[in-house]
Design a protein around this ligand. Structure first.
Ligand code: 13P
Length: 249
């Protein structure tokens, strides 16, 4: 049985005081709720402060990026061990915003995923198609290719630690979410692709999230789908009430 994972990707929002306020607000209302795994993904600058507040709870911590090298002269970059040191359980890799604005490729996604696992951090690997690609009928081939390239060379024994987030680019921040059935189909394709690489048992352990305009009023539609094991939430994770309403769908 895969435990659902609901992660709030804060993107480039929240100063440290704002981050603390949000986390306190969520924790207050969360109580001892264990049905889903909750993860905060603050910007680097707020990781420590958030970690302090979630210590002793079952809430997880994720960074939004990392570099694949262990250390070195890479000004402005953050190494896997640095994130581990701060208490990160997860790291988001290959978000479409990073692919679009910061030159992230399937190859760097793969390097980062392997580096995260080597440091004991579970990667949340994002895949997704643009509206153009969807309309051209390329969704399935593109998602399969992104998944295969991201997971190339990962040890079979590590695959259960990987989370995949299916985020159709046209649904991010637009208020236009996918529908449960279409998202389920793509998540099923991702699982079949993983099964092709690592076997069905391994694939059945991997959690696959949907992301893209997830809100309190549509979360259930996604969580009702058999292939969807959680959500990667952007805008609606920036406010305690809406994030809690998503967690407790
Ligand atoms: P929104 O929920 O704001 O559409 O963002 C989705 C996302 O990109 C999460 O990583």
């Amino acid at each position: 049985m895969r435990k659902p994972i609901i992660a709030g990707n804060w993107k480039m929002y929240k100063t440290v005081p704002e981050a603390k306020e949000l986390v306190k607000g969520v924790l207050d209302k969360l109580g001892a709720y264990e049905q889903v795994e909750v993860v905060f993904c603050p910007p680097f600058t707020a990781l420590s402060a958030v970690k302090e507040l979630i210590k002793g709870t079952s809430v997880g911590l994720a960074a939004q990026n990392l570099h694949w090298k262990e250390e070195g002269a890479y000004t402005g970059e953050i190494a896997p061990a640095m994130l581990k040191d701060l208490g990160c359980d997860y790291v988001i890799i290959g978000h479409s915003e990073r692919r679009q604005y910061f030159g992230e490729t399937d190859e760097t996604v793969n390097l980062k995923a392997k580096a995260a696992l080597a440091a004991g951090i579970s990667p949340i690997i994002c895949v997704g198609e643009s509206l153009e690609e969807r309309e051209a009928g390329k969704t399935n081939s593109l998602i399969k290719e992104q998944t295969e390239k991201a997971l190339a060379g990962i040890a079979a024994s590590d695959i259960a630690k990987v989370v995949i987030a299916y985020e159709p680019i046209w649904a991010i921040g637009t208020g236009k979410s996918s529908n449960g059935q279409d998202a389920n189909e793509v998540c099923g394709l991702i699982r079949a692709t993983i099964a092709g690489l690592f076997g069905a048992d391994a694939a059945n352990q991997v959690r696959i999230q949907y992301g893209g305009s997830v809100k309190p009023n549509n979360i259930k539609e996604f969580m009702d789908q058999p292939e969807i094991d959680g959500a990667l939430v952007g805008g609606a994770s920036l406010e305690a009430d809406s994030f809690i309403n998503i967690i407790k769908y």
